[in-house]
Design a protein around this ligand. Sequence first.
Ligand SMILES: *[C@@H]1O[C@H](CO)[C@@H](O)[C@H](O)[C@H]1NC(C)=O
Ligand SMILES: *[C@@H]1O[C@H](CO)[C@@H](O)[C@H](O)[C@H]1NC(C)=O
Length: 363
Amino acid sequence: MVLLLISLLVFIRYAAANNPSKAIRTFHAMDRFKIIPDTEAFFILLRALCKHGNIEEAEEFMLINRKVFPLETEGFNIILNGWCNISVDVVEAKRVWRGMSNNCVTPNATSYTCMISCFSKDGNLFDSLRLYDEMKKRGWIPGLEVYNSLINVLTRENCLKEALHVIDKIKETGLRPDSSTYNAIILPLCEAHKLVEARNVWANMVREGLKPTITTYHAFIGGMNVEGTLEMLSQMREAHCGPNSHTYLLVLNKFFKLGQPGNALKMWLEIEKYELLPDSAHYAALIQGLAACGWLMKAREFYAEMRSRGFLDDPELEKLLREPLVGNKCHKGGPLQNGNEDIRIPCTKGHIRGRKVFRPMKR
Ligand SMILES: *[C@@H]1O[C@H](CO)[C@@H](O)[C@H](O)[C@H]1NC(C)=O
Ligand SMILES: *[C@@H]1O[C@H](CO)[C@@H](O)[C@H](O)[C@H]1NC(C)=O
C-alpha cells in the first residue's frame, strides 16, 4: 500500500510537468485505490504544479478542493512562491495576497518573505519596506532572505548607504550576511555601471571572509572592457570559481552587443586557449554575432569549423549566413572601427592554473 502511494505521488510529480490535468486526475483516482489522499499529497501536487509553471492550475485546484482540504497558509504560500519566485509576476502575487485576507487565512513569515522578494524584484521600494514593517509589527522575525531583498531594492533605487546600513542591521540581529547578501548589492551596482562602488563592496565582502561566487564575477564582467574581462577571467581561474561555459556565452554576447566583433573574436581565442571546448551554443552565439555585425566571411569560416568538429547542421544559422540580418545584435561600429583597439593580454600565461574543462562533442 505504501509503495502504491509512493508510486502514485511520483507519477503525479512527473505528470505535473507536462500534463497538469492528468496529474490532477491521478490525484482524484487515488480514491479508487482506497487511498484517501492526505494533505501532504495535496501539497505535493500543488508544489509540483507550481514548480513546472502551472501556477494557475495549482491555484484553481486548491480553490476547488477547499471542502476537502480547507484553505490554509501553507497552500497559499505555495501559490505565492509560484508567483514570487518561480515566475515573477507581482500583479498575480498581489491578487493571491488579497485572496488570503478575503479567505481569512493569516499570512506568516514565509508569506511575507515571498511578497517582499516579489516587490523587491519588481523594484518597488515602497511596498517592500511597508511589508517589512508590517511583518515585524505582527511579530514575525525577518530572515536573511528578507534583508537581502531589501538590500537589493535599496541599491537599485539609489539608496546605497541605506543598503549598507541593512548589512549592519543583519549583524545586529544575530544573523550572518553571506555571499548572496553582498551579491544583492554588487549585481545592481554593476548593472548601473557603478564599478567603483561595486569594487568597494566586493572588498568588504572579502574582508568579511566571504568568497565571491560565480554570479559576482559575472556581474563585473558584464560592465568590463577587454582588459578588465581578461583580468576577471584570470581571477576566476585563480579562485577556482569558473569560468564556465555560461561565462563565455556572457562574454561573447556582451562584445557583440557593444558592436565589437573583433573583441568577441579575441575572447573566442581565450576559450580555446584554456581548452574549454566550445559547444554548439558558443558557436551559435559567435556565428550569429559575426553575421549581425556584417563579418560574414568570418561567420562562414566558423560555421565550417563547427561542422568539421562534428556538430550537426543548423538550418537557422545556415539561413543567417545566406541572408544575414545586419543590425540584429550588433548595435554600433563595424569591422573598420574595431581593428585598432589595443588589447594587452597580461603576461599570465605561465602561471595561470587553468582548469581544463573538456566537454564531449555533441553529435
Ligand atoms: C508558515 O506556515 C506554514 C504552514 O503552516 C509552515 O509550513 C511554515 O513553516 C510557516 N513559516 C514560518 C516561517 O513559520
Ligand atoms: C526562492 O527559490 C529559491 C531557490 O529555489 C529558494 O532557495 C528560496 O527559499 C525561495 N524563496 C522563497 C521566498 O520561497
